[in-house]
Design a protein around this ligand. Structure first.
Ligand code: HMG
Ligand code: MG
Length: 297
């Protein structure tokens, strides 16, 4: 059944900017502060990954030092290994996010190890988090397809999700990294996962390459999923996923939820303005039709 409350995890400052070259620190800080003002309560603010791999995120410590920190907002960041977790801890990050994949090929391209090796690499990350009272979120990429190996089985997604939960993640976010999935595929994937994992431990993270993200999210909501990842203005993409485009736009998700009678507590006008501002800084057109409609009023 449809949940009556939905959590949005705003990933625009991380997923949205990890593919964009030379975004000024001030623009990142203004983006995150604007997202807080719009009412977002969970913001992924950066990634403590290797600067050799993703130079776009190299200033994450500076970002966390400069943003406002309203009490009601949870700030998370990617922590692929112990080094990243230590930096995130120093930066005062409130939640760690570890990330692997349901595709061996993608894990190798993105984090330079096998899926099993990634799980081992996460153990000290989770231990550091637990010692400091920090929650850990897990990501599984390529749940509906992989840019390198093509098909990915639901069974493999289940197995990796279960490994992350066993490790101590409170939730696993299911990534359609390249945005190729459709509603029927979401339905069959979730029907497999929900046999073993309860809906409150799953989130969806859909990229919108083929314009299917909103319909995929609606499908997930109807199956009881109550946590949705999205990025303001539909920003996003992974440097190690060729052909991937942006995440589903937060504006689109908020509009859908409002019309479903689920009030996510977000000021759509302010959100759209925040999206427009970061798009100006990036010299990009906003991808969200909802944002464009809201701003035209
Ligand atoms: P590696 O090269 O195997 O690691 O990379 P290493 O331990 O050999 O380290 C290499 C160098 O990086 C060393 O420096 C380390 O110190 C440094 P050197 O000694 O050569 O000077 N280093 C670090 N520096 C800062 N922070 C760190 C860190 N770690 C190592 N944390 C590694 C392995 C995992 C580090 C690398 O592959 C990496 O950083 N990958 C991240 C790639 C990435 O960020 N991808 C995008 C995010 S995932 C995504 O977008 C998908 C998602 O949105 C969900 C979806 O859509 O599906 C989450
Ligand atoms: Mg992503």
């Amino acid at each position: 059944a449809m949940p009556n409350q939905v959590r949005i995890v705003e990933v625009g400052a991380r997923d949205g900017l990890q593919n964009e070259t030379s975004v000024p620190l001030a623009a990142k800080v203004a983006l995150i502060n604007g997202l807080c003002d719009a009412g977002l309560k969970h913001i992924e603010g950066g990634a403590f990954v290797s600067p050799k791999w993703v130079p776009q995120m190299a200033d994450s410590s500076a970002v966390f030092a400069a943003i406002e920190r309203p009490d009601e907002v949870l700030f998370s960041a990617l922590t692929p290994n112990l080094k990243g977790a230590e930096l995130a801890l120093q930066a005062g990050v409130g939640e760690f996010a570890i990330f692997t994949a349901a595709s061996e090929a993608f894990a190798n391209k993105n984090i330079n190890c096998s899926i099993d090796e990634s799980i081992e690499r996460f153990r000290p990350v989770v231990a550091l988090a637990q010692a400091n009272g920090i929650k850990v979120r897990g990501y599984v990429s390529c749940v509906l397809g992989c840019p390198y190996q093509g098909e990915v089985s639901a069974q493999k997604v289940l197995e990796v999700s279960q490994q992350l939960l066993d490790l101590g993640c409170y939730e696993v976010s299911l990534g359609d990294t390249i945005g190729v999935g459709t509603a029927n595929q979401v339905e069959s994937l979730l029907s497999v996962l929900l046999q073993d994992i309860s809906a409150d431990k799953l989130a969806v993270h859909f990229h919108d390459t083929y314009g299917q993200a909103i319909s995929n999210i609606y499908t997930a909501l109807k199956m009881g999923i109550a946590t949705i990842d999205s990025a303001v203005a539909g920003l996003g993409g992974c440097p190690y996923a060729k052909g991937a485009s942006g995440n589903v736009a937060t504006e689109d998700v908020v509009y859908l939820l409002q019309k479903l009678g689920i009030n996510p507590g977000i000021d759509l006008q302010r959100l759209a303005q925040t999206g427009a501002a970061i798009c100006r800084a990036l010299d990009k057109q906003p991808q969200s039709k909802v944002a464009n409609a809201v701003l035209a009023h």
